[in-house]
Design a protein around this ligand. Structure first.
Ligand SMILES: Nc1ncnc2c1ncn2[C@@H]1O[C@H](COP(=O)(O)OP(=O)(O)O)[C@@H](O)[C@H]1O
Ligand SMILES: [Mg+2]
Length: 314
């Protein structure tokens, strides 16, 4: 059964169409990577699914129930980590968890145990009685995540939780997410960092301008553009004559030079690679040679004509 099913969601801000007939399904136990540049509609979609905002038309089902009319019940089993860190700065880490645990109906011994376990899980046990104002950005984010998981939600939705924090905290957070998923939590995870999605999402949805432009497993997505191949050759003497010869090979679309490294983008086809290699060899010594599989970045570039890295930064 789908844990979340989004059907033809439309959300307008005035005349601006932020979500344009978005469809989405997340199965129980999945980690869904929601990928897209700033302005794609990731936050809007996450807010709609978690009931933070309403939407103009379409339908959302969570845990098999219609979302609008079962929102309170659904929220009890859902944790949301918003893009902006939302913790109380005048409460200690422990008091923050007491507050959020209380909202979800935890009390007494159970609440106490959950707070201890959760602080330990996010690596903040030693800081239980400290105010978040004394925390680094990464620690604040970890507390923020703790607030969203203290009640052990079945579904955890996170909106770009690793933006702007140190690499160590980032790794810690990614490891936390992996462990939660291993324990059975379904996760929706939005980001514009492809490496993160590539490494642990079981399925990826790519959005741009309010649309879902592609979805599937990493393999599915890469297959979509597998008619192209990247070949990199480092040669002793990258003369213009050699580049010209390579450009004339059937199926070669692009040849460019960075330092001594020649990048060739070619159609995957019988013999292209061999021909390129023998031309390069004939020109002299080859220092290195390798081909690259397409990445999510390439998928995005092929589908939208835009570089995700560039448009993903404010
Ligand atoms: N409250 C709002 N009022 C008006 N426009 C908004 C509002 N929130 C988001 N938008 C617009 O909707 C689009 C999608 O935004 P958002 O969902 O935040 O994208 P993302 O999270 O992928 O960066 C953007 O063009 C943004 O400017
Ligand atoms: Mg956003």
């Amino acid at each position: 059964m789908a844990e979340v099913r989004v059907k033809s969601i439309v959300k307008r801000y005035g005349s601006h169409l932020a979500l344009d007939n978005v469809d989405l399904e997340i199965a129980e136990g999945e980690v869904l990577g929601l990928l897209g540049p700033n302005g794609a509609g990731k936050t809007t979609l996450i807010h709609a699914v978690s009931g933070i905002i309403g939407f103009d038309s379409g339908e959302i089902n969570v845990f098999g129930r219609e979302q609008k009319s079962n929102l309170l019940e659904i929220k009890r089993q859902m944790g949301v980590v918003t893009q902006e860190i939302a913790v109380f700065h005048d409460l200690t880490a422990k008091e923050n968890l007491q507050f959020f645990g209380g909202i979800y109906g935890l009390k007494g011994q159970e609440l106490k145990e959950r707070i201890e376990k959760t602080l330990e899980f996010v690596g903040l046990s030693q800081y239980a009685n400290k105010l978040p104002t004394t925390f680094s950005g990464g620690m604040k984010r970890r507390l923020n995540i703790a607030c969203a998981i203290v009640h052990r939600p079945k579904l955890l939705i996170m909106d770009e939780p690793t933006v702007g924090i140190d690499p160590q905290s980032r790794n810690h957070i990614l490891e936390t997410i992996r462990q939660l998923n291993e324990q059975g939590t379904t996760i929706i995870y939005s980001t514009h960092y492809m490496e993160e999605v590539q490494n642990f999402a079981s399925r990826v949805v790519i959005m741009d301008l309010g649309y879902v432009i592609a979805e599937g497993t990493m393999n599915d997505l890469v297959k979509k553009i597998q008619h192209e191949e990247k070949i990199k050759i480092e040669v002793a003497d990258p003369a213009e004559d050699l580049l010209q010869k390579l450009r004339r090979v059937d199926g070669v679309k692009q040849v460019s030079l960075t330092g001594r490294e020649i990048l060739i983008i070619s159609q995957v086809g019988a013999g292209n690679l061999d021909r390129v290699l023998s031309i390069a060899k004939a020109s002299g010594e080859i220092h290195s040679f390798y081909t690259e599989k397409p990445t999510l970045e390439d998928v995005f570039l092929t589908l939208t004509g835009k570089q995700l890295r560039d448009v993903g930064r404010k």
